[in-house]
Design a protein around this ligand. Structure first.
Ligand SMILES: [Zn+2]
Length: 129
């Protein structure tokens, strides 16, 4: 019998999940999807999600002080917004509007293209493109 995408995942994770519309978050164990060639996986130490980084990179608030380094390498601290994947080849992605990508995958509560579910950032482990 074939394993489900969740059963095939190599990395177990823990998070605080909304399991209904009550607004209450409770403990939740899950598995993150496997990393692909263009993916990164990292341990989450703190969670606070913002759109600010994208606005700052594009100087959309006219107060960016260049240079600054929004990218990262192994060992750097990183941040994740409300999306974990975009196609990278469509028109919207090519003009840095990945949030309008028709193939964009949100950080939580959707199915990823490999069939796994994205569970969100209030967890200890995240995989993204
Ligand atoms: Zn795209």
């Amino acid at each position: 019998m074939a394993k489900s995408p969740e059963e095939q995942r190599p990395k177990k994770a823990f998070g605080w999940a909304a399991k209904d519309s009550s607004g209450v978050l409770s403990p939740f164990k899950f598995s993150s999807r496997a990393t692909g060639e263009k993916d990164v996986a990292f341990k989450v130490l703190y969670c606070g999600m913002r759109h600010s980084d994208i606005h700052m990179v594009k100087n959309e608030w006219s107060n960016s002080l260049y240079p600054f380094v929004p990218g990262f390498k192994v060992g750097d601290r990183v941040g994740v917004g409300c999306m974990v994947y975009s196609f990278r080849s469509c028109h919207n992605c090519k003009v840095d509007l990945e949030n309008f990508c028709p193939k964009m995958v949100l950080t939580y509560s959707v199915k990823h293209y490999d069939g796994t579910t994205t569970y969100g950032g209030y967890s200890d482990y995240v995989v993204l493109r």
